[in-house]
Design a binder for this molecule. Structure first.
Ligand code: PLP
Length: 290
């Protein structure tokens, strides 16, 4: 059911391999040190969405980490090979017909494998990724300030690296507090992003998201949503948002590729304004994009 396609010089279209077997040396830095980057794309049942945006962000992560990555054309061909082998098998707890398509890169090891490993996976999309109702979000501190990204680029803030262990720990902490998700804050009081999502805030007919310069990943979902919304007459922008901006807003959503948009009902214990008609309008705009 799961599909894995390796990218290597001898298979320019990508090489379909057994998903249950290992294909990497334990010596790779990507395995020994967790040094790698990735992208998660959404297959909506008909096509893989916003591939350009994801390739743009993968190149950005590659630049920030100094990671060798295949070129865009090679990725596209590997994705096409992977999708040609994908047979949806709808099971309990998955979104019918949909899939998660990941682009993965691990740093290799010198001298045998300086280019590392790159591959594409296609797996069922877990239904839990897309909550059906509004959610409670816990504010949790990420313990760096809004200037850290500029002062300490080696922390790789804003790169989509494999090191998601702390993000997952934050989700467990939120669950223990009775919340379903998290918004991280800086030590100087700004809202960053969720462990696997961007934040979108509405003020009237204006949509705002965190300026990536303060240390968040630029969200591909947020970016295409803002483009479509701008064309539909919304004002959009990047901002330094505080928790109070969210509490006094006309709506807050968590956005990401497979989740799409989840309205936030409570920020800790504070109710957040919600308007189903606006959620429907924005979701329609998002789904209208490539
Ligand atoms: N921020 C973080 C930390 C993420 O992990 C993700 C996606 O997983 C996002 C934002 C949203 O990105 P996208 O909309 O490209 O899925």
């Amino acid at each position: 059911m799961d599909v894995v396609v390796l990218i290597n010089p001898t298979h320019p279209e990508g090489q379909l391999v057994d998903a249950a077997s290992p294909h990497f040396s334990p010596l790779a830095q990507g395995i020994a040190r967790g040094d790698g980057i990735f992208e998660t794309m959404w297959y909506d049942g008909t096509r893989v969405k916003k591939v350009d945006e994801h390739l743009w962000r993968l190149r950005r992560s590659a630049g920030l980490t100094g990671m060798p990555v295949p070129d865009d054309d090679t990725w596209r061909r590997a994705v096409a090979t992977a999708m040609a082998h994908w047979r949806p098998e709808d099971a309990d707890g998955t979104l019918p017909g949909e899939a998660m398509v990941k682009l993965m890169v691990l740093r290799g090891y010198a001298p045998e494998n300086p280019d590392g490993y790159a591959w594409v996976t296609v797996t069922p999309a877990p239904a839990a990724v897309r909550p059906t109702g509004p959610i409670r979000v816990a504010l949790l501190e990420r313990a760096f300030d809004s200037g850290t990204m500029g002062r300490a680029p080696w922390l790789l803030l804003g790169a989509k690296t494999l090191s998601y262990a702390t993000n997952m720990a934050a989700l467990r902490e939120a669950n223990a507090r009775g919340a379903q998700d998290v918004l991280f804050t800086t030590s100087d009081g700004y809202v960053l992003e969720g462990p696997t999502s961007s934040v979108v805030v509405r003020q009237g007919r204006k949509l705002l998201t965190t300026d990536p310069d303060i240390g968040v990943l630029p969200g591909t979902t947020q970016r295409v949503l803002f483009r479509a919304a701008a064309e539909a007459g919304w004002e959009t922008g990047l901002a330094r948002l505080t928790p109070d901006d969210l509490r006094t807003s006309d709506g807050v959503w968590l956005t990401s590729s497979v989740r799409l948009m989840t309205p936030v009902a409570f920020l800790d214990d504070t109710p957040i304004a919600m308007d189903q008609a606006v959620t429907d309008e924005l979701l329609a705009l998002l789904l209208s994009t490539d």
